[in-house]
Write a new protein. Structure first.
Length: 279
């Protein structure tokens, strides 16, 4: 039976605890709300455990990392893990500094994530580090899609095996290495890479979808939740780009339409527009 993802999101409104970066926090919160979830953007060390306890999932985004947020992320992660809540980790910019790579590794070891979501460069760097090799410092958060779909999937699968997480590598095609299956999602539009925070918004959306079906022992449902979030996000990017071009707009208008399309997305449109290949 086909799941009613958008209907369930809006009826159940899962709470998503987001410890994300201050550059995109507003957009993340608004996209989660547009989809039907309920975001809580709390990152104070002395409250994160209490907040996580009343939420359905936890999103950890390393975008504007500093010495204060790392302990808060670790504390929230340990609480979420103890409660069996899905943990989504976005290792933003781990290619840029040793500090970021070590923070990501420490979080993975203290609070093993359910999902790791990053671009090709970030996933490749984490895979190298956890395999015992030094990744080195390169560019910041910008992704360089150099590999084929097959080679990118191999890296994602390697990181999955090292961490036990569902690993999502976003790019021209999104590849997801699940514990049960491997997925390629071909939804999306190039303009999504031209606005700040598209990936961060996706993190929040994955958190909302996983909050619906993220209980321990539900690996298949968790994988399906992640993949459908990828489809929903990419499809709304396609629809937003189409409307923006019809109106002669640019990236500012596109950002607005992206939010609008998510708020209007229904299950029929999602089912008709999803582009998933399962291997």
């Amino acid at each position: 039976m086909q799941r009613q993802w958008m209907k369930d999101l809006r009826e159940r409104s899962p709470r998503v605890h987001c410890i994300t970066n201050y550059v995109t926090a507003g957009d993340v919160a608004n996209l989660v709300l547009a989809a039907g979830g309920s975001p809580i953007m709390a990152q104070g060390l002395h409250e994160v455990e209490d907040v996580t306890a009343i939420c359905s999932s936890l999103v950890l985004n390393l975008g504007t990392l500093d010495e204060r947020t790392i302990p808060a992320m670790a504390a929230a992660g340990r609480k979420a893990a103890a409660m069996g809540h899905p943990i989504i980790l976005d290792p933003v910019g781990v290619t840029a500094s040793r500090f970021r790579r070590q923070a990501a590794i420490d979080i993975i070891r203290q609070a093993p994530p359910s999902v790791i979501r990053g671009n090709e460069a970030e996933i490749r760097a984490l895979n190298l580090e956890l395999s015992g090799h030094e990744a080195g410092n390169t560019c910041g958060v910008d992704s360089e899609n150099q590999g084929t779909v097959r080679s990118r999937m191999e890296i994602a699968c390697s990181l999955r095996d090292l961490t036990g997480a569902i690993v999502v590598m976003t790019g021209k095609e999104d590849v997801a290495a699940g514990t049960e299956k491997e997925y390629i999602v071909r939804n999306g539009h190039p303009w999504m890479a031209r606005i700040t925070g598209s990936g961060c918004m996706l993190d929040g959306l994955v958190g909302a979808f996983c909050g619906l079906h993220g209980e321990q022992g539900q690996a298949g449902l968790l994988e399906e939740s992640v993949v459908m979030a990828l489809c929903a996000h990419g499809l709304c990017g396609e629809l937003a780009a189409g409307e923006t071009m019809e109106q002669g707009g640019g990236t500012g208008m596109f950002r607005m339409h992206l939010m609008d399309k998510m708020s209007l997305l229904d299950d029929e449109t999602l089912e008709r527009g999803k582009k998933i290949e399962i291997r």
